[in-house]
Design a protein around this ligand. Structure first.
Ligand code: HEC
Ligand code: HEC
Length: 832
């Protein structure tokens, strides 16, 4: 013992080789039987199961057990401890001093920090028990079972400690995590991008529009230390922020303006689209945002807005073909709702359990139908049951028509007053009818006669009186006047909403997902592998609101991670979890798990003062102000082999713009962009013939005036025949939830930018805009409008040559050509 104590002071001053030699000698000495005998004699045998395991379970399993294996080490069985982690065996039976486990709990290892990591150290008694157990041979039962291995995504995130910053440039915890990871790999981050790149990046990312030359100038000349942060705030406050990030949400909501399937009839649900945009703008906390969309109709005293929000679940397709079984398509729409719920809010492939238990993740088929039961109680989808239900009329709002509803109402009242004077004449006539004369009456007259005169509507009175006295000229002129006005009566504005049935439908497991093969009955419930749904009510009484609120109950391991990951994905082109739609066992592991969990915790419980929980704008701010986001996106030769896909974020990523933004950038550059927000969808020009591609030929009447130049978010989206300029740039098809857009690269894209009639129109308008400027500044202006930067010398020379080559054309034609070239640049449709 004295030798050991002496070594404690002596060893630190020795080189590694000497130390190894001394330890080897010490080990030989300790291993000699006499010493062991002394120990054995002095101490009673330690019971592993009763005395050792509880210490490890309490202090170590969190990071070295089933759910996490820090440094590749598991300590939940003695065998695993013996096998060890990255540094090798954690224990050497009979030799505590050489056992890594003892070295680290005593805090004596020279590289590995004291364990438990960043937690209070074990007390002397605990350390002594561990030491004795190893000394005595580290015996353990042979049949010891490892702790169950829970997939990381099913373990709720805990706020990890932010790694210590090593340089003063790290101000943002995001960078601390990213730099810690980069340091491990020996990689340096990239320098900050230049200011014009930064502003264009910020503008495109936050509002989906390029900066104006004035905005650029203001930023370039702002020398305040927080100039960049001010731009972040300006853009977060812009109403166009809601358009950009609303579109992000609408992808998952599979929003479209038509019913899908082969008939693909138009539908009115744009009120829901506008609700999303507006909710984004006021930073409605994500929990409320989700609950209103999933169950706004079930909230006490639901407001009109909360009902409109339930359109989320009404974006399902509706099949209106003749001869179909309505029940089949009702079931399909519920399936769509369950699967969308799983994808959007849980990041899990719940839909894989529709026909059989999930083959990879812990979701049974029964649990699938328990989720199904929550969505199974809404009225039939607004068709096929007589009067449309699940369709909300927006009081006081109507589509623009030629005549106001008030005027029509006045004429109708006038006719009603007139007909009321004729009441006795009509009654006499009715009483005089014989069975024979009655039989000759038209069905609509007979139907109206069933209602007593005083209870008839104006329309019914009109039908009857037309039979009583068809020659009454006065009557005739009034009636015709009304009919003419009614033809042009403005239709009320409606929107599709969720509406619960009074009596719940029963839900059964459907064998292989087949609606004709119901099996066992199930009640509403949630998958057991996720957190519990705490309630005092019986399962049969649970409804969509319970399900929605369950998402925000403590212990939910997925939702916050899934949403912050999808926000991250927008900014870096790839999520921290690359499979943003699959956090299950088949999905990819997070590239930086601590960062993901830190962001998720910050989303749920922000540490910043004055920030409300579940604030999406808070997550934006954190990311946008990080050095990681502000890095240059230039590729680096040194990263080509270490990290070719930029998982570690040693630079920013270049991202091809979303389809809508491609249009919006060209529109903004042309000066034609209409800033109008919201309202019914619009019809910008598109190539002839597109609408005849669907089974039912539909009209596409190009919008007049400024509506021709609205942002692409407002273009009427037909599922069967989407606008080609959107489809060509990978806009989602709205058939199912889209959580990550493809980014294809095809010649059709270049051809669209160059030749599509509307892009030609944009180029011409852009040319006119540039021509209004004095000649020496035109090229610079053209570049600023499209790219938010000045052309370099090479670019000036090339474009100068192009102008020169067309000197026989008019000035407008020349500059239109130039504008077409610049609008077609890769850089124009890329966020650098
Ligand atoms: C909060 C998480 C956490 C807890 C709790 C924790 N550890 Fe660790 N452990 C780590 C981390 C992180 C490392 C890697 C440290 C490094 O290499 O810098 C590590 C490394 C180790 C290593 C080295 C493994 C190797 O092969 O490199 C051992 C041994 C170890 N821990 C033992 C323990 C023991 C014993 C306990 C409980 C008394 C414990 N740890 C508790 C996080 C934890
Ligand atoms: C519409 C019904 C349906 C859906 C939805 C469905 N499957 Fe299946 N799947 C089947 C049927 C039927 C079989 C064959 C019988 C069986 O294994 O139950 C099968 C078999 C499988 C098999 C087994 C192959 C084997 O050799 O055992 C796997 C794996 C599988 N499915 C995975 C998935 C995944 C992953 C998803 C979700 C992306 C999914 N399934 C969604 C119907 C479906």
């Amino acid at each position: 013992m004295i030798v050991a104590a002496g070594l404690k002071y002596f060893v630190p001053f020795l080189c590694m080789k000497c130390r190894a030699r001394i330890f080897k000698g010490l080990r030989l000495w300790l291993m000699s039987s006499s010493v062991v005998l002394v120990f054995r004699h002095a101490e009673a045998a330690v019971d592993y199961s009763k005395e050792v395991k509880p210490i490890l379970a309490d202090h170590c399993y969190r990071c070295h057990g089933g759910s996490q294996q820090k440094a590749g080490l598991r300590l939940d069985t003695a065998a695993a401890a013996r096998k060890g982690g990255e540094t090798g065996p954690a224990l050497k039976p009979g030799n505590p001093a050489e056992s890594l486990l003892i070295q680290v709990v005593e805090g004596k290892h020279e590289e590995i920090p004291r364990m438990p990591y960043k937690k209070p150290p074990l007390d002397a008694k605990e350390i002594s028990l561990l030491t004795q157990w190893i000394q005595q041979g580290a015996d353990a039962p042979a049949d010891e079972k490892p702790e169950s291995t829970r997939h990381w995504a099913f373990v709720p995130p805990q706020r990890p400690e932010v790694p210590k910053a090593v340089t003063a440039t790290i101000q943002n915890p995001i960078d601390a995590f990213i730099r810690a990871r980069l340091r491990k790999e020996g990689i340096d981050p990239s320098p900050e991008a230049n200011r014009s790149t930064l502003l264009r990046r910020l503008s495109l990312d936050l509002i989906g529009l390029p900066p104006t030359p004035e905005e650029l100038e203001a930023f370039l000349s702002d020398s305040r230390s927080d100039a960049y942060e001010r731009q972040v705030e300006r853009l977060l406050d812009s109403p166009h922020y809601g358009e950009r990030w609303g579109r992000w949400w609408l992808d998952g909501a599979r929003y479209a303006d038509s019913n899908g399937y082969s008939i693909d009839a138009p539908r009115q649900i744009w009120k829901y689209r506008d609700w999303v945009v507006e909710a984004m703008n006021r930073d409605l906390p994500f929990d409320e945002f989700a609950i209103e969309q999933l169950a706004g109709d079930l909230l006490p005293d639901a407001t009109l807005d909360q009902k409109i929000a339930t359109g989320f679940n009404r974006n399902t397709q509706i099949n209106q073909e003749g001869g179909i079984d309505p029940e089949q398509f009702r079931v399909e729409s519920v399936v769509d709702r369950v699967n969308t719920f799983g994808t959007v809010f849980l990041g899990l492939t719940v839909g894989c359990a529709q026909c059989h238990d999930h083959k990879f993740d812990p979701i049974t088929q029964k649990e699938y139908y328990q989720l199904f039961a929550f969505f199974n109680n809404t009225v039939q989808d607004g068709h096929g049951e007589g009067s449309p239900r699940g369709m909300l009329e927006i009081a006081g709002e109507s589509e623009p028509g030629n005549n106001s509803r008030e005027e029509i109402e006045e004429v109708r009242q006038d006719l009603d007053r007139f007909l009321n004077m004729k009441g006795s004449e009509a009654t006499q006539w009715e009483e005089s009818l014989t069975p024979e004369t009655r039989a000759k009456l038209k069905p609509n007259v007979l139907a109206a006669l069933k209602v007593p005169w005083s209870e008839r509507t104006v329309e019914q009175k009109r039908i009857v009186y037309a039979a009583v006295n068809p020659k009454d000229n006065e009557f005739k002129s009034r009636s015709e006047k009304l009919a003419k006005l009614e033809k042009n009566e403005p239709k009320p504005i409606t929107t599709l909403v969720m509406e619960e049935l009074k009596e719940s439908r029963q839900t059964f497991i459907l064998t292989k997902g087949d609606f004709t093969r119901p099996a066992a009955k199930v009640e509403p419930g949630v998958p057991a592998s996720l957190h519990k749904l705490q309630t005092s009510r019986k399962p049969a009484q649970l409804n969509r609101l319970d399900l929605a609120q369950w998402l925000f109950a403590p212990g939910n391991p997925v939702t916050a991670r899934v949403i912050v990951n999808r926000i991250w994905q927008q900014y870096f082109g790839r999520g921290l979890v690359e499979t943003e739609n699959d956090f299950g066992t088949q999905g990819s592991a997070p590239s930086n798990p601590e960062l993901l969990d830190w962001l998720a915790c910050e989303f749920m419980n922000p540490s910043a003062p004055g920030v409300h929980p579940w604030s999406i704008k808070h997550i934006h701010r954190l990311i946008l102000t990080s050095a990681a986001y502000r890095q240059s996106s230039k590729t680096r030769p040194d990263l080509a082999t270490i990290d070719p896909l930029n998982h570690l974020l040693a630079r920013q990523s270049r991202v091809r713009l979303d389809a809508e933004i491609v249009r919006d950038v060209a529109l903004a550059a042309s000066g034609l962009l209409s800033p109008k927000m919201g309202g019914p969808p619009v019809y910008p020009p598109q190539p002839d013939g597109v609408m005849s591609l669907g089974q039912v030929k539909r009209a596409w009447k190009v919008s007049a005036g400024a509506d021709k130049y609205r942002r692409a978010l407002y273009t009427h989206f037909w599922r069967a025949t989407p606008h080609p300029a959107l489809a060509v740039f990978d806009a989602p098809d709205a058939f199912s939830a889209c959580t990550r857009r493809f980014r294809s690269n095809t010649p059709l894209q270049a051809l669209t930018l160059l030749n599509d009639a509307q892009f030609y129109e944009f180029s011409e308008a852009l040319a006119k805009r540039v021509l209004a400027i004095k000649p020496s500044e035109r090229l610079a202006a053209l570049f600023e409008y499209c790219l938010a930067r000045q052309p370099d010398q090479r670019e000036q020379a090339r474009l100068g040559q192009l102008l020169e080559a067309q000197k026989d054309d008019s000035e407008l034609e020349q500059w239109t050509t130039l504008a077409r070239v610049v609008l077609n640049l890769d850089e124009t449709i890329t966020r650098e």
